[in-house]
Design a protein around this ligand. Structure first.
Ligand SMILES: [Zn+2]
Length: 109
């Protein structure tokens, strides 16, 4: 089994933690480490998917989760934080839909 480096396209052993040619760390191994070390963005992402039911909670939680996971993505060059960022984006999207539907139904009463 081999893994291809995202930087220089060199193939290395699948168990390698970094590229043997350019030394670039492989995303898979760092993603696991960082998600264990920084669970906060992931927790915020999961919360935002749950709390979208209440737009007043879903909006701030998903926006904070989005910012936190976005900085994790930037720090790791896209290796970590993409999963919580996706969760936070789903939460934000659902909160917006919920707010629009709520506002629409509210205006008809
Ligand atoms: Zn490389």
């Amino acid at each position: 089994m081999t893994i291809q480096c995202g930087e220089c396209k060199e193939y290395s052993e699948n168990s390698a933690k970094e590229c043997g040619k350019c030394g670039c760390p492989f995303p898979f191994s760092t993603a696991i480490n960082a998600d264990q070390a920084f669970p906060a963005p992931l927790i915020m992402g999961i919360l935002s998917v749950i709390l979208w039911i209440f737009p007043i909670l879903g909006f701030p939680v998903s926006i904070v989760g989005l910012l936190m996971s976005n900085s994790a993505v930037k720090k790791s060059n896209g290796a970590n934080g993409t999963m919580p960022r996706n969760l936070a984006m789903i939460g934000l999207f659902l909160s917006i839909i919920n707010a629009i539907i709520g506002g629409y139904l509210g205006s008809r009463h």
